[in-house]
Design a protein around this ligand. Structure first.
Ligand code: HEM
Length: 501
């Protein structure tokens, strides 16, 4: 009896000391993480000191940009978002992170989550040298004077969109219409016309279901791929093992990607055998490949054409939807815009050539303000430090660093006391604000499609507000943050009628 009691005592004492040891180990680890290491003085959400799950969690909720913004408001301009990721809300950090040429930093391994298949694209490749080679492939493809040559193709798709909207005015009988889906069809058709040499024909069919693809359609496929990448990107564990997760969020949506690949390949093959010399993105890519390598590698052409389609469609659709929402809910802006458009295009007139709208200052200010206020790429774009000092902090090589785009585009020190107000006039009152515009990023990894994106945005805004009266269903623009910061589906519904004389 005494023996068993003393054995129990020994067991109790040893389990107590085990517990004590574990607690001490946890305490020491927490203490060391909080008080030692290069980032011990950098504040941030408490859990972010130990795990990248803080970022994964907010990305999965689709509100990461706002979580980062609130964290900056609470902890200051330099904060820790994960054990190895620091967010720097300071314009002075932009040239360090987003410099040109060899001054640029590698993209963070976050982007590996967007590699589909074997090869990384111009967007997803993280390595600077590999990227520089890919970027050379696009030399001149999206230069301002080249994009002007694409305008007739885009205007042709715009006419088709306008016909479909005319039909909707009659058929909807005043009930709300999903305008965002039509803008998405427009972006898909315009970009496939330019990049595949042949339109995906989504406006004609009023459907994004591809022949042989799943009934969910290509828009949902792109959206799911982006959201999945935007979540697993923050966690090397999920990048590797995510597709074994029971949650279908981590693996669905690959079927339509294969269909897109098949369609792009067929269009490109047809174009190559026809010998056509159309002036479009595909024509440029073929010519550059011949010049640089002397022959054609169809795998590269297919992969780049799909990259252009995916990179260009989603961001442009989001920006166009946000533009229609924001302008239609700001009557003063809408009236000022219509005055300018009418003086350039006549009453209810729509653009027939690009030159009619490219130089309109108020239209330009509206586009800049949409991209600032809504920020289609709201997140900080993560880069890998090569070792630099900033504001008294040392960021050793290998640290992930980013500048939070949405937060910076709402900085009251730069944009004045009303950064949360949609007010295009600010760009006309103070043209020097353009130095702080981050809509397309900057430096070596900035957007190659910005000239085309701006052209499409201006065309859509001109046609929608010259021809129609649109009214959103929601009172305010609701958004969700995936890879892109986008209007929710509900924000895309509008009633639409012709403008009365
Ligand atoms: C309003 C529309 C658009 C916005 C706001 C936008 C924004 C951006 C931003 C911020 C980046 C940098 C991404 C990063 O560093 O992670 C980027 C890159 C890129 N964009 Fe766009 N974009 C738009 C439209 C387009 C269009 C129309 C195209 C193609 C025709 C395009 C093609 C690309 C490509 C290929 C990259 C990767 C460039 C590189 O890494 O060298 N984008 N875009």
């Amino acid at each position: 009896m005494n023996d068993s009691l003393s054995q129990q005592n020994v067991g109790f004492v040893s389990s107590q000391s085990g517990l004590l040891l574990s607690l001490s180990a946890i305490f020491i680890t927490v203490y060391l993480l909080c008080n030692r290491g290069p980032f011990s003085k950098i504040p941030g959400p408490f859990v972010a000191k130990f795990t990248n799950l803080w970022e994964v969690y907010h990305a999965r909720l689709g509100q990461r940009y706002m979580a980062v913004h609130k964290a900056h408001q609470r902890y200051g301009p330099i904060i820790r978002l994960a054990p190895n990721h620091i967010s720097i809300a300071d314009f002075a950090a932009i040239p360090i992170l987003h410099g040109s040429g060899l001054q640029s930093l590698d993209k963070s391994p976050y982007y590996k989550a967007f590699i589909s298949g074997e090869k990384a694209s111009i967007f997803s490749t993280v390595d600077r040298k590999e990227h520089a080679l890919k970027r050379r492939f696009y030399t001149g493809t999206f230069a301002p004077k080249t994009v002007k040559l694409y305008a007739p193709s885009v205007l042709h798709v715009l006419e088709k969109l306008s016909e479909k909207l005319d039909k909707q005015v009659i058929e909807s009988k005043g009930q709300p219409v999903n305008l965002m889906i039509y803008l998405n069809y427009f972006a898909l058709d315009a970009l496939s016309t330019l990049a595949f040499g042949s339109s995906l024909g989504t406006l004609d069919r009023e459907s994004d279901v591809l022949e042989g693809g799943s009934s969910e359609g290509i828009i949902k496929t792109i959206d799911e791929r982006e959201h999945r990448g935007a979540v697993v990107g923050w966690s090397p564990f999920l990048q590797r093992w995510g597709h074994y997760m029971p949650d279908p969020f981590f693996w669905r949506g690959s079927h339509d990607s294969n269909e897109l690949d098949r369609i792009a390949r067929a269009c490109i093959q047809e174009r190559l055998s026809s010998g056509s010399e159309n002036i479009d993105v595909l024509g440029h890519l073929i010519a550059t490949q011949q010049k640089q390598h002397g022959d054609i590698d169809i795998d590269i052409l297919v992969s780049e054409a799909i990259t252009v389609l995916i990179a260009g469609t989603d961001a442009t659709t989001n920006a166009m939807t946000a533009a229609v929402f924001l302008i239609s809910t700001h009557p003063n802006v809408k009236e000022a815009l219509r005055r300018e458009l009418e003086s350039a295009l006549g009453k209810f007139g729509t653009p027939k050539i690009e030159g009619q709208i490219s130089g309109l200052p108020y239209l330009n200010a509206c586009v800049l303000e949409v991209l600032r206020y809504h920020s289609p790429t709201g997140m900080g774009l993560p880069r890998v430090s090569q070792g630099f000092e900033f504001r008294g902090h040392w960021f050793p090589a290998g640290t992930d660093v980013s500048v939070p785009t949405w937060t910076m585009q709402h900085d009251p020190i730069v944009f004045g006391p009303d950064p949360y107000i949609f007010r295009p006039e600010r760009w006309i009152e103070d043209p020097s604000l353009i130095k702080f515009f981050m809509g397309f990023s900057s430096g070596a990894r900035s957007c190659i499609g910005r000239n085309l994106a701006i052209l499409e945005l201006k065309m859509i805004v001109a046609v929608v507000f010259q021809k129609y009266d649109v009214e959103p269903q929601l009172q305010r623009l609701e958004t969700v943050d995936k890879l892109m910061h986008k209007p929710t589906d509900e924000s895309g519904w509008f009633t639409i009628k012709h403008r009365s004389v």
